[in-house]
Design a protein around this ligand. Structure first.
Ligand SMILES: NC(=O)c1ccc[n+]([C@@H]2O[C@H](COP(=O)([O-])OP(=O)(O)OC[C@H]3O[C@@H](n4cnc5c(N)ncnc54)[C@H](OP(=O)(O)O)[C@@H]3O)[C@@H](O)[C@H]2O)c1
Length: 263
């Protein structure tokens, strides 16, 4: 596939799954716009990828929990004279405390980051993709959106929004050559559990539950290119989704309440 002259914008590119998307898409020849808060990480990655793959790498340090950030990102892209062909809405995290104990500012920031900023970025960048008749959008949801709900603050609900919204937008955009895929990874090696403060519990989970981010990203990119609206990477995650999804809601509730290792 011809990727020369095409640009991918990846949010949360400073670590984990986002940095892996950046490496994968640079190897495919996409120029990159990397967005996250940690500029030093982005600079190191941009230097590595332009050296190894000869692609153009621009970076923007931005807090995507700031309501002004989507327009800041789109303005930066326009100022560079670039157009985004491939958007990876990946930046995310999960808090880890009781709902009433967590400050509202923290929870509002999570909603802004993973719901509003993610959605507004699509609203800002998709019209030009539709006009050109080609675009690819990966929204990183989670297996949490397909498995029984967890007592994990807003995370399951937020990722359910991302899953459903992606499918709805795919229906609208696909006739115009723009594919939208909700990526629903299970446990994936990254800094996610260090940030959440659950590394100790996570590292006691059996190894077969875990995937390397490279495998997740490979499957996600193949899925969005083929036009699959939902990608559940890895056999174990597919089995979990296939068995728990059809269960009655009362049983899902009980399973989610009993089996959550991070309570
Ligand atoms: N790892 C898993 O097991 C797993 C499973 C299912 C879904 N996911 C989802 O996968 C996505 C990527 O997570 P990961 O596992 O790769 O975790 P990670 O290694 O902790 O990376 C998270 C990325 O998000 C960025 N980010 C967080 N808050 C941000 C903010 N306010 N503004 C800008 N960027 C922000 C971080 O960059 P800075 O800190 O530099 O800003 C970092 O680049 C998330 O949406 C997560 O919910 C992960």
């Amino acid at each position: 596939m011809k990727t020369e002259g095409r640009t991918a914008l990846i949010t949360g590119a400073s670590a984990g799954i986002g940095a892996t998307f950046a490496r994968h898409l640079a190897a495919e020849g996409y120029d990159l716009v990397l967005v996250a808060r940690r500029a030093d990480r982005l600079q190191a990655l941009a230097a590595e990828l332009s050296r190894e793959h000869g692609v153009r790498c621009e970076l923007l340090s931005a807090d995507l929990a700031d309501p002004a950030s989507p327009r800041k990102v789109a303005g930066y892209v326009a100022q560079l004279g670039l157009r985004v062909d491939f958007l990876v809405n990946n930046a995310g995290l999960s808090g880890h405390s009781k709902f009433v104990a967590a400050p509202w500012e923290q929870q509002a920031g999570e909603i802004q980051l993973m719901v509003t900023t993610l959605t507004e970025l699509i609203h800002l960048l998709a019209p030009a993709m539709i006009e050109r008749g080609w675009g690819r959008i990966v929204n990183v949801s989670s297996l949490a959106a397909l498995a029984p709900p967890g007592e994990s603050l807003l995370y399951s609900a937020i990722k359910s929004y991302v899953l459903v919204m992606s499918q709805s937008l795919d229906m609208e955009f696909k006739p115009h050559g723009v594919h939208v895929t909700a990526l629903c990874p299970g446990f994936t090696w990254s800094e996610f559990h260090d940030v959440m403060g659950t590394r100790g519990t996570a590292s006691r989970l059996p190894g077969f539950l875990w995937q390397q981010p490279q495998a997740v990203v490979r499957e996600a990119c193949a899925a969005v290119m083929r036009g699959k609206p939902v990608c559940v990477p890895g056999l174990v995650n597919k089995v979990v989704a296939a068995f728990t999804r059809p269960l009655p809601l009362w049983l899902q509730y009980r399973l989610g309440s009993a089996l959550n290792p991070f309570k």
